[in-house]
Design a protein around this ligand. Structure first.
Ligand SMILES: [Zn+2]
Length: 279
């Protein structure tokens, strides 16, 4: 049980958005769990999800999610993805001619990723345990990992240490300051208790990156999980259990919500957010 912020060490007070066991840091605004549940790791089924959607829809979602982030990958660069899951992004990096390293805490995820990308180098466990040399990577990507991490300050410090001068860390996390989170609270798509231990806002993430020694951090719009805004709006109306046929029927409506998601991204209120921080 901790009552101090895992990012800045500030004191926690009861969190009005998510309730127990979450506390809100009075110093940086991070909403963090006072407890870290044992064994809260995704099972094999998590890494095989998405199978219910038609292939063109999955392809479109991948392009939306990863297109702009992928442009940081230059041919020949040594790059790392922290938390590669089943390896969708690792495969895209390999196709760009990078020397690709990838890691994940889940052996099952690594097995799936290695099947996709036999030439990439895979590492199991957390980044602090890998003992990579200092100033080793040109770019590090980490999509939707930091919200799972028990010690985010150690994670960010290690990412900073292993990046070359001028290197970039790209982080993507759910945005607890989003309209979605405000509309749906603990029914938010990204609430995901007990897997998500901390909920970041633009303010708390910017502060954490500065403390870790990154010189500049710029936010960019992220369009992964574009479905979550509509789900949050429906949740606010009391509609919370959506079956796959209903989700498919809602796809045309999703297209209408897309411009709103983009607009919210520019004012720091989108459901997920991306920061690119430089060494
Ligand atoms: Zn804090």
């Amino acid at each position: 049980m901790t009552h101090h912020c895992p990012s800045c060490g500030g004191p926690g007070s009861p969190d009005r958005r998510f309730g127990e066991p979450f506390l809100s840091c009075l110093s940086c605004g991070l909403r963090f769990s006072a407890v870290a549940p044992e064994g809260a790791v995704y099972g094999a089924a998590y890494y095989r999800r998405g199978g219910g959607l038609p292939k063109p829809v999955v392809g479109l979602l991948h392009r939306l999610a990863y297109g702009p982030a992928l442009r940081l990958a230059k041919p020949g660069a040594r790059v790392l993805e922290i938390g590669c899951g089943s390896g969708v992004f690792v495969e895209l990096l390999g196709a760009r001619g990078c020397e690709v390293h990838a890691m994940d805490a889940s052996p099952e995820a690594l097995r799936l990723a290695a099947e996709r990308s036999p030439r990439a180098v895979f590492h199991e466990g957390v980044v602090e345990a890998q003992r990579f040399p200092a100033a080793h990577f040109d770019v590090i990507w980490s999509f939707h990992v930091l919200e799972h991490v028990e010690d985010p300050s150690a994670f960010l410090a290690e990412a900073r240490r292993i990046l070359k001068p001028g290197g970039v860390l790209l982080l993507r996390v759910p945005n607890a300051g989003s309209l979605e989170a405000a509309l749906s609270g603990t029914h938010w798509f990204h609430f995901d208790w007990p897997f998500h231990l901390a909920h970041w806002s633009p303010r708390s993430l910017r502060a954490a990156l500065a403390r870790a020694g990154f010189s500049r951090a710029a936010s960019h719009p992220a369009l992964d999980y574009p479905q979550a805004l509509l789900y949050a709006a429906l949740s606010a109306l009391g509609l919370r259990r959506l079956t796959m046929p209903v989700k498919l029927a809602l796809l045309p409506l999703q297209a209408l919500f897309m411009p709103l998601s983009v607009a919210l991204g520019w004012i720091g209120k989108s459901g997920t957010m991306e920061f690119r921080a430089r060494v």
